[in-house]
Structures are given as C-alpha cells and as structure tokens.
Design a protein around this ligand. Sequence first.
Ligand code: 2AM
Length: 283
Amino acid sequence: PSLEKEFLPMYFGWFLSKRSSEILRKAGQAFLDELGSLKAFKKEIPSAIEDPKIKIDLTSYFVKRPPGVLHCTTKYTDFGKAAGAEEYAQQEDKDVASSDSTELGHQPLTSPCSGYFDHVTTRAAMNSHIVPEPGDNVQQHPQALTLSRVRVPLLQAVKASYGKAFTLSISALFITTKTVGARIELSEQQLLLWPGDADKILPTDNLPRGSRAHITLGCANGVEAVQTGLDLLEFVKLEKAGNKGEQVGEIGGGKLLYFDNGMWMLVLSKKIDVRAIFSGYYG
Ligand code: 2AM
C-alpha cells in the first residue's frame, strides 16, 4: 500500500488532440452559421419572424466556449468529493460487464458466444501491458475462469487506460436554448470507462449506457457546462419515447432534425473521428 492517498482530479475524460479540437470546433462553427441563416430555424425565433432578413448570430449567443483543447467528461469527481468518485477511479471492467449485459450486447457469462469473447479479447488487448503478479487473486473471482484462460488478471479499466489514446466517433451536433454540443457514440471498449451513474436526469431514468457522452462546444450566458450533457439526455429521452424529430432538411454535414423547445440535432452523414487521450483534469 502506498503511503500517500491518491489525489483524484476534478474530472476524468478524453482530451482531444489540438488538431482534432480544431476540426470539431470548425464543424460546430459551420453548423451554427448555417443554422443561423436557415429559414426553418428563424421561423422559431420571435425576433427573426419580425425581420426575415435578419441572420441569427448563434456564435455570440453561445458566448461561453471551452478554452484550449476540447474534451469529453467521463466522470466528474470534484477532486474526490463527488458521489461515486472513488468507485469510479477503481472501476473494474467487471462492473460494466455485469451491470446490464443486454444493453451492451453482451451475452451472459453462462452461455459464451462470440460477442462475449470479443469483449474478453478487448480487455486482453486493452490491458496486455499488465502481467498478473504472484498473489493476484485471479482464480476466486466469478469471471476468473474465462479471464485466467486468456491470462488477464482482474483489472481496473480506469487505471489501465490512463494516458492511453482513443478514437472517439462523433455522430451528431446539437443545440438547445442553453448549449451546443457534439454527440459521441462510444465503442464497447470505451464504455468500460463510462461511469454507471451518468445517464440520468431523474433517478428513475433508464437510458442506454453512454447516452450522455458528449463534448461541450458552447454555452449561453449564465449556463454551466454540466448542462450540455443534461440537454443531450433530453434528446435521448425524446428518442426513447418514439419522437424521431421533424426532419427539416439537409444542411452541410447531414440531416437536420427539430424536436421542439428549441432543440435541434444535425445527424452527420459522415461521422467525425477525433483522437483523444484518456486522462484527468486537475484545474
Ligand atoms: P461538460 O462535460 O458537459 O463539458 C468542468 O466543469 C467539466 O466537468 C466540464 O466539462 C463539465 O461539463 C463537467 N462537469 C461539471 N460538473 C459536472 C457534473 N456535476 N456532472 C458531470 N459533468 C460535470
């Protein structure tokens, strides 16, 4: 045991490369520019109805923009003070595998199929730099049988991935009256780093794991960044309720959907891949 207690960051997350940040910022900017001059958009804005020639300046509406490189928060740990912070830092991939196997597309451990073995292979690949030490209690864990077969000890996904590179896939851009953000589709391997408690607005919400995954691109005056993820969850809740949004047309990178209440989503026809390092932000 180490003498010093571990010091947790303000938050864990994926930090985009400078180049990927620039590419995504540009895509976000193009989205705001196009939307601001789109007839269907202006139709929903009272001040623009009066003067149809007006162009809505969304860039100056979303005044609060993240400085430096962009990121996707996985867990806000608040230097260890946030609920579930320690648990997350110690998160083992078993926590994910056992939480909701159907949602992740995994098969129960009792009936191994290719999906499950893919998962195990992913773990092995992800953690291949870690070798079991004598005394590592691999055998007594419920999953130890399979794991020991591929010679992987029980692993801590968060620690094992710290400082490692990932490619995140951006599937859509969205705006609400409060925030603008990019929606991320996490892979199964990336979901191992996703906390179990993030995908809820209300404690009773039951949305697919990773629903909240996003990158904040901007916030309106007086709005905190945490809002972007909550806004994305609102979209997902509508989708879950069968609301597919009204298809307003094709703009720049894809098809534009309107969901009411100032909620717009651009579903990208070609996903944007961004490079990112999994790490912690200490302020
Ligand atoms: P974001 O992930 O939507 O951008 C620092 O404030 C970072 O942590 C921001 O990126 C912010 O939002 C995120 N954040 C702040 N408070 C949070 C919370 N309670 N839950 C989740 N993420 C939070």
